[in-house]
Design a protein around this ligand. Structure first.
Ligand code: BES
Ligand code: MN
Ligand code: ZN
Length: 491
């Protein structure tokens, strides 16, 4: 799908056109003009429908007489006084969703009077709504294929809107790159393929190194390597660097990249196991974030580290009862081989702080089923040893719409992960499962600000609930952390 910005005085012809109507029956200026041109058909269509101008509502007029368009879509846009920002984005997303299968090849979003920033946000909304993962479809019913190929935003100052769209486009590209990674099937996206895709981002100006099993063995990463031990696929560690911040201290992001989680010897039940291709959602978010930062040439030094493994049962696989030695030197008793994400992160986090001495580290991981019990699919769980870092994440969360909730991280739960024979064990039982997982990670973080984002419930979405995010991979985390970097860490 292509985006174009055009001058709003050119009266649209052909294709689909979208205008806004607000709560209380008020029309936008463009909608009013269309209403006049059609002899009042817009108002009559609204009155004949259960349309109250609420977000989510639309009314469609097909080939309205008086206009040279295929369809006019009136998009409920909420209270008029509150329009802009998120509502602008929703306008683009909702209009695209309403028109995408209609048969029209173009969609013009009428945004005269809107700021350049809001016109760009409308384009951003349409871009995110247009995401689709169709690489593996060889046949599809024609009526299920999106027809809209071009979205035009009609705005007072197309040049300014286009300039405002550039950084948003970088974020959308990063989100869609992450969504693609999450959507890929696990036979295709194994650790080495993931590493290759990370490496491909060198074309954006990132520096990317890949470590294989031999290099990780030398570093003493027994915790990460134990997880991949049963897999035919070689485990990988990808290290991405974006150097846009001069000689400032870097910030770092670490992602859990389990390209498939069978549970290992502690095998998961068959029902729904296919969802565990999504167990690299944290690593995908880190990759998408680095993509976004490089794409908009962010003035920051950022490190992205991905722990890439496949968790499989096998004659060589790690057993419950095994003891492994992590890069930190701490020994870990494996109680359940399905609690593998924390084992991967233990070494990736240690490596990150050891090599880069970052200002802070944030890890992202589809770490626990328990966070879904706590927070469902609306909020991700935030665990941190630092209030200032948490505040920055939470305010970026509010600004970006990717919702996070801070969870407690008290030492009181530490006793649940005490081992009889090693320094720590890898599970703490069912009670407070997300907290004990986070406390486990904390043992591999020294005295630097650190946050852990448990995104098991938010990395994907089964039935679509938001127009900007079609079913499946959300790319959750990219937008949030890009916002945080932009608001708090650029030089
Ligand atoms: N990848 C899972 C967590 C998960 C579960 C993500 C459901 C998304 C949906 C993780 O590796 C896992 O298996 N965790 C176990 C930990 C337990 C064995 C302590 C869990 O949550 O059940
Ligand atoms: Mn698991
Ligand atoms: Zn897992």
């Amino acid at each position: 799908m292509r985006i174009e910005f055009i001058a709003s005085d050119s009266s649209p012809s052909g294709g689909g056109v979208a205008v806004m109507a607000f709560e209380g029956g008020r029309l936008s200026t463009a909608a009013e003009a269309m209403d006049k041109a059609t002899g009042g058909a817009v108002m009559r269509a609204m009155a004949a429908s259960r349309f109250a101008g609420k977000p989510g509502q639309t009314v469609e007029l097909v080939v309205p007489s008086g206009l040279e368009v295929e369809r006019l879509t009136v998009v409920g846009s909420g209270p008029q006084g509150e329009w802009g920002g998120d509502a602008a984005e929703r306008f683009g997303a909702q209009a695209f969703g309403a028109v995408k299968l209609s048969g029209s090849a173009t969609l013009t979003l009428m945004a005269p009077g809107a700021t350049a920033e809001d016109a760009a946000r409308a384009a951003f909304g349409a871009t995110l709504a247009a995401y689709r993962f169709d690489r593996y479809r060889t046949t599809e019913k024609p009526e299920k294929k999106p027809s809209v190929e071009t979205v035009r935003v009609a705005t007072d100052d197309p040049k300014a809107a286009e300039a405002a769209f550039a950084p948003l486009k970088a974020v959308a590209d990063g989100m869609c790159f992450a969504r693609d990674l999450v959507s890929e099937p696990p036979n295709v996206l194994h650790p080495e393929e993931f590493a290759r895709r990370a490496k491909s981002l060198e074309s954006l100006g990132l520096e990317v190194e890949i470590l294989g099993e031999a290099a990780m063995k030398k570093l003493g990463m027994g915790s990460l390597l134990g997880v991949g031990q049963g897999s035919r696929r070689e485990s990988q560690l990808a290290i991405m660097q974006w150097k846009g911040g001069g000689d400032s201290q870097p910030i770092a992001f670490v992602g859990k990249g389990v390209t498939f989680d069978t549970g290992g010897i502690s095998l998961k039940p068959a029902d729904g196991m296919e969802d565990m291709k999504w167990d690299m959602g944290g690593a995908a978010a880190v990759t998408g974030l680095m993509h976004a930062l490089a794409g908009r040439k962010a003035k920051v030094n950022a490190i992205g580290i991905l722990g890439l493994v496949e968790n499989m049962p096998d004659g060589d696989a790690q057993r419950p009862g095994d003891v492994v030695t992590s890069m930190s030197g701490q020994t870990i008793e494996i109680i359940n081989t399905d609690a593998e994400g924390r084992l991967v992160l233990a070494d990736a986090l240690w490596y990150c702080q050891d090599r880069f001495k970052p200002k802070f580290m944030i890890d992202l991981a589809t770490l626990t089923g328990a966070i879904i019990i706590s927070l469902g699919h609306e909020y991700g769980g935030l665990f941190s040893n630092n209030d200032a870092l948490s505040e920055n994440i939470l305010s970026a969360s509010k600004a970006s719409g990717e919702k996070m909730w801070r969870m407690p991280l008290p030492e009181a739960y530490d006793k649940q992960i005490e081992s009889m024979i090693a320094d720590v064990k890898n599970t703490g039982g069912r009670p407070a499962g997300s907290i004990t997982a986070a406390l486990f990670l904390k043992k591999f973080v020294n005295e630097l600000p650190w946050a852990h984002l448990d995104i098991a419930g938010t990395a994907w979405r089964k039935p679509s609930t938001a127009p900007i995010s079609p079913d499946g991979a959300t790319g959750f985390g990219v937008r949030l952390l890009n916002q945080m970097v932009a608001d708090s860490y650029e030089v």
